[in-house]
Design a protein. Structure first.
Length: 290
């Protein structure tokens, strides 16, 4: 498919896709690496990984259009994941998000498929790595001031909008669903997520907030997160990190049943939040006002 491969050619092929961090975070990550100066060893890794990603990207688009199944796209993702986790390919620092950007991209693809099937949800947007307002305060300083608190969301579904205050307008994206996506999740990470959840839900009380991780890294017997603001914690490989550390080849595949349940739960939430709300008079006749 890509004869006479060069780094320049791969950069050109990636650019044709029109990807950016908000819709295809892993593909965008690859593009940045391909377009920047790399060591020979890293260039070789990119020459191997990028053509496989281009094939996977095509599969992602087919899935969004309903042409292939969830099982197929999960198998394709796991195959590519196995490649980029190898020592020969994963030559990049952990901070560069080379490997960790893949699962957020997969989730974006799955959520766009959810929206594509619903006409009533077409005003919503799936985004990744987006800084959104989670808290907004006002005071009288300087003639009236708006103070924002923002957080970068790994994956979110938002309704775009604007807020105008004292003739100044800012983008205000109303979240209906947010997710923190981790490779491993432990109790310290969850404590940090809890703080963000509480802040977000004071401003947007109907937003759902999930923690999604490949592996768990906390004591399953002593931890209880039922009372937190996190709506659900998904461990999408049904596996503890310690097990995979002991036996690296024992990693479970991405769980089709769990990821399907995740998509259905998000779909049900979006439909519930976007259905027409009855006015107070009509609700009074039913005796339920909220």
């Amino acid at each position: 498919m890509f004869s006479g491969l060069t780094i320049e050619r791969l950069g050109s092929e990636l650019e044709k896709l029109g990807i950016d961090p908000s819709n295809f975070p892993h593909g965008s990550n690859l593009l940045t690496k391909v377009k920047s100066k790399q060591t020979p060893v890293r260039q070789q890794a990119l020459l191997i990984a990028t053509p496989i990603y281009l094939l996977l990207h095509h599969k992602f688009l087919e899935y969004e259009k309903g042409l292939i199944s969830l099982k197929t796209i999960l198998n394709e993702t796991d195959g590519y994941y196995d490649l980029i986790k190898t020592k020969e390919i994963n030559r990049f620092s952990h901070q560069s998000d080379f490997v960790s950007s893949l699962i957020p991209e997969l989730l974006c693809v799955i959520l766009r498929k959810v929206l594509n099937g619903r006409k009533e949800l077409q005003h919503l947007r799936v985004v990744s790595q987006k800084d959104i307002i989670i808290e907004c305060n006002f005071d009288t300083s300087e003639g009236g001031r708006l103070i924002e608190k923002r957080k970068r969301m790994d994956v979110a579904i938002l309704a775009p909008g604007k807020l105008t205050f004292n003739e100044n307008s800012i983008d205000l994206y109303i979240p209906t669903f947010c997710a923190e996506v981790k490779t491993n999740v432990d109790k310290n990470m969850l404590s940090g997520i809890e703080s963000s959840v509480e802040t977000l839900k004071r401003t947007f009380p109907k937003a759902k907030y999930f923690a999604i991780s490949e592996f768990s890294d906390f004591d399953l017997k002593s931890q209880n997160y039922a009372s937190t603001g996190i709506d659900e914690i998904f461990i999408i490989r049904h596996q503890k990190r310690s097990d995979v550390r002991k036996y690296p080849g024992s990693r479970n595949p991405l769980s089709e049943n769990l990821i399907s349940a995740f998509a259905l739960e998000v779909d049900a939430h979006l439909l519930a939040e976007t259905t027409e709300k009855f006015d107070l008079h009509e609700r009074m006749s039913k005796g339920k006002l909220t």
